[in-house]
Design a protein around this ligand. Structure first.
Ligand code: PLP
Length: 395
């Protein structure tokens, strides 16, 4: 038998300390490794596999598109891209969309859009961007430049220019940084990698107001918290504010690599024009067939209501774990994007959970991140609780 861990360690660039299992296939909310061991998956490939594994209608939609054509380039129209564009605009309540291959690329596009918008307004090129401390927007140079974790950025400086970091949920710190040259404020509606911190209601409303007063574009990064995860199609809906530009990825393709940035017509009509931006793969028929089927199933199965209905069940289960185990200091989150903060490092708990047949991930050294597929039921939550209870007791 081939030792895949050894093979990977020998040839894959060592940018990840991978967990020591080889995942082979999935069914529903379960994953199986190459030894046939079953894992209840409360990680969903980092908030990606929202509709579960082995989803027959989804797989069939992809197969049928493969048999037609997978790629055409954006030099021509293709059926899935045109349909997916309309569906994504409906879902995001935006007017125009550009498809990318990843979340980071969606951030790049959003930044370019904001810069072009500001450039057309005043003809200058010295605009700044305000991002948040502890934010995460991706690993490409532009996305990295607006990521609020210095450790991720340091070795790769200089970034893309004048980026300023405000404290999340602190409007005064934002007001101090904003000036006439600020072209965009970028933030996650619910911070993900930074530790699962939802925006305060007052904060996000004040940010919107500040943007309107100063003509700054608000970019909400909903790559992780969007697509139903919080019990809203997009998390901003809870606050009643709307961004000017939104970035989407992760669950958008249910495992097929695809992202998007979408914007209002006011932004679209005053920013990127032919020649300004492009992608060879982005929005290809294969990726867009995935997007169409994902959004179709969201509607048909009313995924958003399902998340909303089951959120209290998940929260109660996690609160019970918090009450029972001294090492848990906090439970927070929105919908199926939850965190258990520990008083110590969470790596041993994650390892023990895996031994118990449960996959969970972290968001920082001592924060357990719970981002299951959106189709979990009450039994799955009970099972998670039993397994995580054992893991917390043992570590
Ligand atoms: C994952 C993530 C990204 C980056 O997406 P990639 O597909 O990994 O490039 C950006 N923003 C947020 C909020 C994310 O969670």
């Amino acid at each position: 038998m081939i030792d895949y861990m050894k093979l990977g360690d020998e040839y894959l660039l060592h940018t990840y300390n991978r967990y020591p299992i080889v995942l082979e296939r999935g069914e529903g909310v379960k994953l199986y490794d190459d030894k046939g061991r079953e894992y209840l998956d409360f990680a969903a490939g980092i908030a990606v596999y929202a509709l579960g594994y082995g989803n027959k209608e989804f797989n069939d939609a992809l197969k049928s598109q493969i048999d037609k054509v997978m790629h055409t380039s954006n030099l021509y129209y293709n059926e899935p891209a045109c349909i997916a564009a309309k569906e994504v605009c409906y879902a995001t309540k935006m007017d125009r969309v550009f498809f990318t291959n990843s979340g980071a690329e969606a951030i790049e596009g959003a930044i370019k859009t904001a810069r072009k918008y500001a450039y057309l307004k005043d003809g200058s090129t010295d605009h700044n961007i305000i991002a948040m401390e502890h934010s995460f927007h991706g690993r490409t140079m532009g996305a990295l430049s607006v990521t609020g974790n210095e450790h991720y950025r340091e070795a790769f400086e200089p970034g893309i220019g004048d980026v300023r970091f405000a404290s999340f949920n602190d409007i005064a710190s934002l007001e101090d940084l904003a000036d006439d040259n600020t072209c965009a404020i970028i933030m996650e509606t619910v911070q993900g990698e930074g530790g699962i911190y939802p925006a305060d209601d007052g904060f996000i409303k004040s940010v919107r107001k500040l943007c309107d007063e100063k003509g700054i574009l608000l970019i909400l990064d909903e790559i992780q918290c969007g697509m139903g995860r919080t019990g809203y199609m997009f998390a901003w809906e809870k606050y009643g504010v709307k961004p000017d530009i939104v970035t989407v990825a992760k669950a958008l393709g249910n495992g097929v690599p695809v992202g998007a940035f979408a914007m209002t017509s006011k932004v679209a009509d005053n920013s990127l024009v032919p020649g300004d931006h492009g992608t060879t793969y982005g929005g290809n028929p294969f990726a867009c067939a995935a997007v169409i089927e994902v959004l179709r199933q969201f509607k048909e199965r009313d995924i958003v209501s399902h998340v909303k209905e089951l959120t209290p069940v998940l929260e109660v289960a996690l609160d019970e774990l918090k009450e029972k185990h001294d090492i848990v200091s906090d439970r927070r989150g929105m919908g199926f994007m939850q965190a258990l903060e520990l008083k110590e490092a969470c790596a041993p708990v994650i390892a023990e959970a895996r031994e118990q047949g449960l996959l969970i991930i972290s968001a920082g050294a001592n924060i357990l991140r719970i981002v299951p597929p959106l189709i979990i039921n009450e039994d799955d939550i009970k099972n998670m609780q039993i397994r995580l209870d054992k893991a917390l007791a043992k570590s």
